[in-house]
Structures are given as structure tokens and as C-alpha cells.
Design a protein around this ligand. Structure first.
Ligand SMILES: *Cc1c(COP(=O)(O)O)cnc(C)c1O
Length: 418
């Protein structure tokens, strides 16, 4: 039974009174268990686990992972600065960004590693740090990921240096006297061991072309099962053939490469839920649907609207009674796409779910809300304030780690020109 299934109406009602709804609940023990599983990834010659912080960037979560021995992947300079502000040493941060802001030079001087993610980024790095040490992010030409929107490799993806530009990258590095010490690929590989094996092999081939490479980073993309019946990634199973490839590479070349992995989703997805109140229950007649309206939605959980992602939903009630009905669960925005029960993979379609009969004032838990929810949502749409975040600590305490935003904060940067 997961931490989420153990939450009772009484627990949830206590948190509603203390923090209000909607609010994010993060379970520290679940975060810890995921971190320990990641640290056990099979590696022949050393392992660095980097938390891809874009999944959930609250400083308290970052400090948990720091204290449990993880390093970090920043996908923008702002994220790197946020890590530093949270107390993470820059030596534990690596930047792989679509946009290389000029400030990268200062952070690199102070310890942050940089992966050049395009030929132009490599040129700019070389100009700023002649004879410097750099990593290269490649697009190995292979894509995976659950949907077209989560696919980050292959010809339809702009991330990284296209593998066929290898010679151009080598020439640019030589021109600036750069030492390429790290090869990086992140294609969102999912849970299939065959895909991981192929990506590892392609990435090792790239490492072969750069004799000073010491580290190979295979990125993140480890799928988790949010819903019963969804496939989850077994890290031991996908890691075993990867370890073998590293060993074979060492036997051939004499080079013992360190492995880096960079999970975001895997570390946080199932460690959080949104606690929401049932605002209303309405229907559209015999030929229509029965809807549960929550006081949350795309303002906290955008993934269903964006990808047709599935999140488990529990209705919590004070009263007894086992009757279930089919409900479409919707959010509070004036936007027909604000729906929490789309068809799997198709945000256009409604997929009613059997749920306990609900009334206004009941509570709901929307699970699987740790990754790309608080971090990536339609914040402030309809002028709803950013929801608070709460850490359910291993010692049993529920601690507020982000306050609810105020209307004043939403208006703060508006300038009146009347
Ligand atoms: C987003 C990202 C990750 C993490 O991806 P998940 O699917 O959340 O595991 C890792 N590395 C890089 C470079 C990323 O951009």
C-alpha cells in the first residue's frame, strides 16, 4: 500500500484546515526510497545520480536530495542559480540548456559543469574558456518517450548536437583547445531495456571519438507507473546490459568510464499528490456526463490537458457508502481543456472513471503529482494563486515549504500607465 492509499479523510481534513486546498503534498519517505533506488543503478566504474530539478524545484526537495548524496541537472541558468540559493555547491551542478545565457561563464568559473547542447554553444564555450573542459550533449538519432510531446531524441527533436555533426564538434573543440570530458544524451528512453542498451551503445560510440572523455551521461526518462497497470522502469533490469557495455568498452579501450544518470520523473512523480476540495457536482443529462469540479486543475496539474496523462484520483468522504458512479473530473478554470480524466494519450477525449459518489465539500487526492506539476502548470490562469506545497516529513510532521501566493503577488509586476 503506497503512502497515498494510507491517507484517511481525517488526515486530509486536518491538512485542509491547516493549509487550505488546493495544496501539494510531498512524502519524504517516498522521495527517499526513490533516491536510494536510483543510487543502486548498476554501474561498473562509479555512478553519479543527478536530480533533473526541472521536475520539481522547491529548495527543500533540492536539499533533501543533496543530503542524500545526489548531484543535479539544471536546464537553465535560473535553475543553477536556484540550486546555489538552496545551498547546493556548484561542483554538484551540471547545465544542459536550450539557451546558454551569458551568465554561464561566471557559474562555470565557480564550479558548474557545462554540457554544450549545440555547435553554437560549443563555440561560445570555447571563446569564453579556451583550453577549458566541457561536456557535449548529443542527439544520438534515436527517439523514445511516451508521446510526441515527451520525445526528446531523433530527427524531430532539437535537443543536443545531431550525431552526424560529430566531426564538426571535434573540429570546433580542437580549434579552441577544449578537452571534451563528458558525453551526454537524454532521449527520454522509458522503461524498455532494449532502448537503453541501444542508447548506451550509441553514446559509447560517441565517447570513443573523444579520447579524454571520462564520463558518460545517459540522461533521464525512466517511466514510472502512476496508474495501476502502467509499466514502470526496473532500474536493475535496464541497467544490467548498460553495465556490460561499459565493461566491454573498458576491455577494448582501457578506459573505465563513470556513468551519470539524470532522473527527474523517477525521483519525484509518485512522491506527491494534490489535495483538493470538491467544489461542485453537475451533469449534462442522460446522454451526457456527470462531472466532479475540483478547486484544482490545470493551474496545478497540466499534464492531462497537455498529453492526456493519467493520474490516480481518490475521493475522500466523511460518510460511509460504497456506491460508485462514472465521473469526468474537471478543474476550476474557464477552459474546456481543463480536465483531469482525459482518455489516455488523448487530451481531446473525456474518459469517465468510476469513483465513489461525491458531493461538494468532499476531498480529493490527485496522485502522481510530483513531477512537472508544481513546476509546470498554467499558473495564475483565471488569476488563481500558486498553490502551497507541504512536505510530509519522515518524523510525521506536515511542514509548509511554500506559501499560497497572494493576489498582491500576482499583481506585483503590473505597471499602471493611466
Ligand atoms: C528533463 C531532463 C531530464 C529528466 O527527465 P525525466 O523524464 O523527468 O526523467 C534529464 N536530463 C535532461 C537533460 C533533461 O532535460
Amino acid at each position: 500500500m503506497s503512502w497515498l492509499d494510507k491517507i484517511t479523510f481525517e488526515d486530509a481534513d486536518t491538512w485542509r484546515r491547516e493549509f487550505g486546498t488546493p495544496c501539494f503534498l510531498y512524502d519524504e519517505s517516498a522521495l527517499r526510497a526513490a533516491a536510494e533506488a536510483a543510487k543502486a543503478f548498476p554501474a561498473a566504474y562509479g555512478l553519479t545520480v543527478r536530480y533533473a530539478m526541472k521536475a520539481a524545484p522547491n529548495a527543500n526537495l533540492l536539499r533533501c536530495f543533496r543530503d542524500w548524496g545526489l548531484s543535479f541537472d539544471a536546464s537553465s541558468l535560473y535553475e543553477a542559480l536556484r540550486l546555489e540559493a538552496a545551498g547546493v555547491p556548484l561542483e554538484r551542478v551540471s547545465l544542459s540548456s536550450q539557451q546558454l545565457d551569458a551568465g554561464f561563464a561566471d557559474l562555470h568559473r565557480r564550479g558548474m559543469a557545462v554540457n554544450a547542447c549545440s555547435l553554437d554553444q560549443l563555440r561560445r564555450f570555447g571563446e569564453a574558456f579556451p583550453d577549458g573542459r566541457v561536456g557535449l550533449r548529443f542527439n544520438p538519432g534515436l527517439g523514445s518517450g511516451g508521446t510526441n510531446r515527451t520525445n526528446v531524441g531523433g530527427p524531430a527533436s532539437s535537443f543536443g548536437i545531431w550525431h552526424a555533426s560529430l566531426d564538426a564538434a571535434r573540429e570546433l573543440a580542437a580549434e579552441h583547445g577544449l578537452v571534451v570530458e563528458r558525453i551526454h544524451s537524454h532521449i527520454g528512453s522509458g522503461s524498455d531495456p532494449e532502448v537503453w542498451k541501444r542508447v548506451a551503445a550509441l553514446t559509447l560510440d560517441l565517447a570513443r571519438a573523444f579520447p579524454k572523455v571520462e564520463t558518460v551521461n545517459l540522461g533521464g526518462g525512466y517511466k514510472v507507473a502512476r496508474m495501476p497497470g502502467e509499466g514502470a522502469t526496473d532500474l536493475q533490469r535496464i541497467g544490467a546490459p548498460v553495465r556490460e557495455l561499459f565493461e566491454r568498452f573498458a576491455a577494448e579501450t582501457g578506459r573505465r568510464l563513470r556513468l551519470e544518470i539524470e532522473p527527474g520523473t523517477f525521483l519525484v512523480a509518485n512522491a506527491a499528490a494534490v489535495l483538493a476540495s470538491v467544489e461542485d457536482v453537475v451533469d449534462t443529462g442522460a446522454e451526457g456526463y456527470r462531472f466532479i469540479k475540483l478547486d484544482t486543475g490545470m493551474t496545478e496539474i497540466l499534464r492531462p490537458s497537455l498529453y492526456g496523462a493519467q493520474h490516480p484520483i481518490r475521493v475522500l468522504r466523511a460518510r460511509e457508502g460504497a456506491a460508485e458512479r462514472d465521473y469526468v473530473v474537471v478543474g476550476h478554470c474557464c477552459e474546456s481543456g481543463d480536465i483531469l480524466t482525459p482518455a489516455p494519450g488523448d487530451p481531446e477525449l473525456l474518459a469517465p472513471r468510476p469513483l465513489p459518489e461525491a458531493r461538494a465539500g468532499d476531498l480529493c487526492l490527485v496522485g502522481g503529482a510530483g513531477a512537472y506539476c508544481a513546476a509546470m502548470s498554467a499558473k495564475n490562469y483565471n488569476s488563481y494563486p500558486e498553490a502551497p506545497e507541504v512536505l510530509l516529513c519522515a518524523d510525521g510532521a506536515a511542514r509548509l515549504i511554500r506559501r499560497r501566493q497572494t493576489l498582491g503577488q500576482i499583481l506585483e509586476n503590473e505597471i499602471s500607465v493611466e
